[in-house]
Design a protein around this ligand. Structure first.
Ligand code: PMP
Length: 421
């Protein structure tokens, strides 16, 4: 199912049927106030808030089932190991991977991309091999490839965008050629919300025997992901943006690829046999999980995936669509606002600037009004350069946001205008 949303005017839209108030009640933090005002949290793109179910799962882990995993012969360690490996199976089901051994736990999307660049890139790429990125990328999907370029002499090609922030498939196709070894793209732009047509990109890349890595840090939050249907080679995401805890993320990789990749970090848990002369390594995924992993975070991630899966995905998507359309309409009606990212396929993220007011000033004034937004370059400086700006104000929506949150944003912007008039 493609739940990408568009920016159609919201004026005539009926509010969707998703029971957002019921969902909000699951998120304790949403009932707190900030500077004496109720919290309007519009920064889920940076990190989402956590439902009670996730918080409880983490507490339960520490209260009742905590021990280091693997190798422990005692009951608690066996239970903790079971829970950790159970979380892996939950991720496998969530993204529809063929096998749980295709799921590597990492610290987050950033570490997952670094893992692929260091291990796969460091082994299979050499001087003149090409990696295709796009101008929409987060620094997490730029810098690891630049580090690899320094080591190996690979060439980075960059898919451009236009004034709407759309992803031009034809330009991507034109950049993929006989030397392309990897196309590494974000699923959804964290600044603009642009949805990249992953299945089409995969067809183009695979026709040239190139692999595809998708940075799903934002993508998996706004639409169900099926790695087999998308036919991607690598897909990664962070738990904390998907209503789960920070400190854990996922790298999905095709089994044959992971098996061919060497370790990138050494230590406990990733070996088969160690002697001072020679060490052999465990098969994937353990090969890529050196050291004590995020045990409690895995329990939290498991609960987060259960939580998301318990909701009606189509209803949540319609709800987020409504928020995006409503925010786009209300912001678009303000004279002094310039919206960035108006591509037809968009997820629930809006970025804007206001004439003659620095984004940081806007963010500070909104904060006093209890409205949390992110301001700055959003770890996407090449995209800022494309628009010739230093930064934007970004409101990114989670399933718990409401039209009332957007009204609070608009009221806050009215205040900003009065102050700077
Ligand atoms: N990619 C994108 C598109 C992101 O939005 C982010 C987080 N802002 C990341 C990668 C990095 O995620 P993390 O910091 O959780 O590793």
């Amino acid at each position: 199912m493609n739940t990408a949303v568009s920016t159609a005017p919201a004026g005539n839209l009926a509010a969707p049927s998703f029971d957002v108030e019921r969902a909000r009640a699951d998120f304790p933090i949403l009932s707190r106030s900030v500077h004496g005002k109720p919290l309007a949290f519009l920064d889920s793109g940076a990190s989402a808030q956590k439902p009670r179910q996730v918080i409880d799962a983490i507490s339960r882990c520490y209260e009742a089932e905590y021990a280091n995993i693997h190798r422990g012969v005692y009951e608690l360690s066996a239970r903790a190991t079971e829970a950790y490996e159970g979380a892996r199976v939950r991720v496998q089901q969530f993204v529809n991977a063929r096998s749980a051994s295709e799921i590597v736990f990492t610290k987050g999307a950033t570490e997952a991309i670094n893992l692929v660049a260091a291990s796969w890139g460091g082994t299979f790429l050499g001087e003149g091999d090409e990696v295709v990125l796009s101008v929409l990328e987060h620094h997490a999907n730029i810098v690891p490839w630049q580090l690899l370029r320094e080591r190996t002499g690979i060439v980075l090609k960059v898919v451009p965008t236009d004034e709407t922030g759309a992803f031009p498939l034809d330009a991507c196709e034109a950049l993929v050629g006989p030397r392309t070894k990897l196309v590494a793209l974000t699923h959804v732009s964290n600044v603009l919300g642009t949805v990249v047509p992953v299945a089409e990109v995969v067809r183009i890349a695979h026709a040239h025997d190139a692999l595809v890595l998708i940075d799903g840090a934002q993508g998996i939050v706004h639409q169900p992901v099926d790695v087999q249907a998308l036919d991607v080679d690598f897909y990664c995401f962070s738990g904390h943006k998907l209503y789960g805890p920070s400190g854990i993320g996922v790298l999905y990789g095709r089994e044959a690829l992971l098996r061919a990749m060497p370790p990138w970090q050494g230590g406990g848990d990733m070996i088969e046999r160690v002697t001072f002369e020679r060490t052999t390594f465990a098969p994937p995924p353990a090969r890529f999980e050196a050291g004590t992993p995020p045990i409690a975070a895995a329990a939290g991630l498991h609960a987060a995936l259960d939580y998301v899966a318990s909701l009606d995905a189509a209803a949540v998507a319609a709800h987020e669509h409504d928020l995006l359309a409503y925010a786009s309409e209300r912001l678009g009606a303000l004279n002094s606002i310039r919206l960035y990212g108006t591509a037809p396929e968009k997820a629930a993220i809006v970025s804007f600037t206001m004439d003659d007011v620095h984004p940081h000033d806007i963010g500070t004034i909104l904060d006093r009004a209890g409205v949390a937004v992110r301001v700055g370059h959003h770890c996407a400086q090449p995209l800022m350069d494309h628009f010739d700006i230093a930064g934007t104000v970004r409101a990114s929506f989670g399933l718990y946001n409401t039209r009332a949150d957007i009204d609070r944003l608009i009221d806050g912007l009215d205040e900003v205008r009065e102050i700077f008039a």
